[in-house]
Design a protein around this ligand. Sequence first.
Ligand SMILES: [Zn+2]
Length: 164
Amino acid sequence: MSLRIRRSGEVFCAALAEEEDGDMYIDDNLHYYLSVEKEVLRTYPEPEHTEKGGQWFWRHEAPEGMQDNFGTFRGVCFDCGIPYSGAKWVEAVIPDNVWNDIRPKGSAEGCGLLCINCIAGRLSEIGYREVPVWLCGTEPLIAMQGDPASRIDCSKESLETGDK
Ligand SMILES: [Zn+2]
């Protein structure tokens, strides 16, 4: 998900709001940082998010009705509910046209949230095969290509002192 900030300071989901003169565009990475890591941006859970035009709010300016979402609303997988901000989330990105065939009902084009397992499940259900996937921001994992038999050494960094 990416965002646009209007000259007025209002923030919208880029896929749900038409571009206007003077918009500042915020890409996925910065959006993730602001909404998940720093939690300074908030919005309504779906389907309200889409119904209300994809508006996001700076934490200190969020409307009364949204106060309940503070601390309770975090992005979760639409199908299984695992949290986007959790340690088990593996960020998987698939081509936009494929995503639009499986994205959760009620979410706008390019929006919505599914974990990698539920993405695979939905793809299988409708007969997709060999869909390319990009894995990004998946710490502690890094995506590799090629034969898994050609293993490289991994180490546990600073989790256990005295580890060689
Ligand atoms: Zn899921």
